[in-house]
Structures are given as C-alpha cells and as structure tokens.
Write a protein that binds this ligand. Structure first.
Ligand SMILES: Nc1ncnc2c1ncn2[C@@H]1O[C@H](COP(=O)(O)OP(=O)(O)OP(=O)(O)O)[C@@H](O)[C@H]1O
Length: 233
C-alpha cells in the first residue's frame, strides 16, 4: 500500500526560477497493477522516484507499507524494489551471479538460501547458462532481465518500474511484460508502452505535472490517446 499526501515536487535550478514539475497530489495506491502514463516531461519518472524514495518530496509525505520515505528510508528500501529504464544503472558487479548475490547481502540469508534464490531467478529469466558470464557482455535485453532478477531476488513487497520495456526488442519486451504480469507483488509501472497496461487494474494519466485521469485502463488510455491525437493534429 502506497500513500501520497499533499505530495509536490519543485526543482531549484541555479540561476533559474524554481520549477514545479508535480502539483500537490493525494493518492492511495492499493491495486496490484498500476500504470502511469503521460507525455514526455509530464512528471511520471519524478512520481516513480518519489514513490521509491529516490527523491524526497518538496511538500507532503509518501509512505510505503506505512513507512515514510523521508523518516524511514531503510524500511522503505527493504520493502520496495526499483527497476530503472537503463539496466546499466543497476548492474554493479562484473559477473552475473555476483550481481544477484550483491543485493541479497544486507538480508543476512544463509548460503543455501542465497544459492537457492539465485538459481531460481536465473532459471526463471532464462539466464542460467549466463551465470558465470561477464555482465558487460550481456545483450541489452539480457541486461534488462538481469536487472529485473536483481530486484526480484530480494522479494520486495512492491516494485516500481520506470519504462522497463523501452530499450527492448519485441521478444524481450514480451518477456518483461510476462514477468510483470506474473509477479505476485504490487507493481507500479511508468511506461509509454500502452499495450503493457491492458490488463492492469488502474492507470494514472499525467499532463504537465498534474493528474489528468485516474481510471481503469480502457477509460484512462482512451482519454490519453485522444489528448495525444488532439495535440498532434
Ligand atoms: N533533478 C531535476 N532538476 C530539474 N528538473 C528536473 C529534474 N528531474 C526532472 N526534471 C524536470 O521535471 C520535468 C518532469 O520530468 P520527468 O522525468 O518526471 O518526466 P517524465 O514524464 O518521466 O518524462 P519522459 O516521458 O520524457 O521520461 C521535466 O521537465 C524535467 O526536465
């Protein structure tokens, strides 16, 4: 359960007037699959980062499972996983299995549990044969799957995805889409890939830092498509 109360974001840029990129927002996110769409620069990634505690709001509070991202960042980090658009931001170790093991270290698991979780993740994402491979030699799609596995191996309660399919070819895009659909956890997904959201429970549409629509996918995406076609006409 994610709660936002009076959350806004204003960026101070030296020499320029402060810029509000997200206007005050109240939201309770309880559904298992929540999509966030909107035009470039509408504030989606900012919202994702606020939910993930990667950014602290200028005003208001964000809580994840009851923990405030400002006051209890460690509790939030234990509960929430963040998958970036660019897996390069996430993969830190030179060998695939080391990278997966790294995320598990703070959890203090036994060697057998660590080994079991890594083997399960590599199997699930078709990476088992790459266990000892250099991470920098993986293809873009393999890197994205490894980044996803690196988050899931920690078994977070909530996962936030920031444009998880943007860099992928259709096969890997479909793999990631399937992986998201099968997750038992709550997932919040920022994307321009509208098809990905077809079976979601709730879609938020942003425009210029404000929430324009909050509805089931059919209604929200129809409205978003209409706005986009009006703007491009
Ligand atoms: N650290 C920052 N400092 C100043 N401005 C920022 C910062 N981060 C984001 N912005 C600005 O905030 C606005 C919203 O950015 P954001 O990345 O949230 O948009 P978005 O909806 O995710 O866009 P896209 O679809 O292009 O990824 C943009 O105008 C961006 O330039």
């Amino acid at each position: 359960m994610i709660e936002l109360r009076g959350v806004s974001q204003t960026f101070e840029v030296p020499g320029l007037a402060p810029r509000t990129v997200l206007y005050p927002l109240d939201l309770s996110l309880t559904e298992r699959r929540i999509g966030i769409v909107g035009s470039n620069g509408s504030g989606k990634s900012t919202l994702a980062r606020l939910i993930g505690g990667l950014l602290l709001p200028t005003t208001g509070t964000v809580t994840v499972g009851g923990f405030d991202t400002r006051r209890s960042p460690r509790e939030v980090r234990r509960r929430l996983g963040f998958v970036f658009q660019n897996p390069e931001h996430q993969i830190v170790f030179p060998v695939v299995e080391e990278d997966l093991a790294f995320g598990l270290r703070p959890l203090g698991l036994s060697a057998a549990e660590t080994e079991g979780r890594i083997t399960e993740m590599l199997g699930r994402y078709d990476l088992a044969h790459l266990r000892q491979h250099a991470t920098h030699r993986l293809s873009g799609g393999q890197k994205q799957l490894l980044a996803l596995a690196g988050v899931l191996v920690m078994r977070p309660e909530v996962i936030v995805f920031d444009e998880p399919t943007t860099l992928l070819d259709l096969r890997n895009r479909n793999r990631v889409a399937r992986a998201i659909a099968q997750l038992p956890q709550q997932a919040v997904v920022v994307t321009h890939d509208l098809e990905l959201l077809r079976d979601f429970e709730r879609v938020l549409v942003f425009e210029d830092g404000a929430l324009l629509a909050d509805a089931a996918p059919a209604e929200a995406l129809a409205l978003y498509r209409e706005r986009m076609s009006l703007e491009s006409a």
